[in-house]
Write a protein that binds this ligand. Structure first.
Ligand SMILES: Nc1ncnc2c1ncn2[C@@H]1O[C@H](COP(=O)(O)OP(=O)(O)OP(=O)(O)O)[C@@H](O)[C@H]1O
Ligand SMILES: [Mg+2]
Length: 95
């Protein structure tokens, strides 16, 4: 089962001349560990903002648990977890 299915996605920031994401496609299956790499400015954080439903003005299709992310509702966040670049450790918790 594809948990994340990204097809031919483009995203242009309103203030940019060119698209930042240009026709990316990939899928992530249930249980798969998937990484994407790229130099600074390649668009990794932009793509994460699309996947988390923050940037919705993309072209193409981004489906997470079979939901088109631009049409997400608030319960989308009942099913995903994100650790976005900052450490998320709770110092008072023990292992
Ligand atoms: N809000 C914004 N408005 C206009 N352009 C933006 C905006 N946010 C990012 N960009 C531009 O989009 C491009 C991709 O940026 P992004 O932050 O997605 O890259 P990144 O791959 O996450 O980089 P890094 O490895 O430095 O975290 C860059 O050229 C950046 O300047
Ligand atoms: Mg980044």
């Amino acid at each position: 089962m594809k948990v994340i299915d990204v097809r031919n996605v483009y995203l242009k920031y309103p203030s940019s001349k060119e698209a930042t994401i240009k026709g990316i496609s990939f899928d992530v299956k249930q249980g798969e560990i998937f990484g994407f790499l790229g130099p600074s400015g390649a668009g990794k954080s932009t793509l994460q903002k699309i996947l988390t439903g923050t940037l919705r003005n993309y072209r193409g299709s981004v489906r997470v648990f079979e939901t088109e992310v631009k049409h997400r509702t608030s319960n989308y966040y009942e099913n995903i977890g994100v650790d976005f670049e900052f450490p998320n450790f709770y110092g008072k918790f023990t292992a």
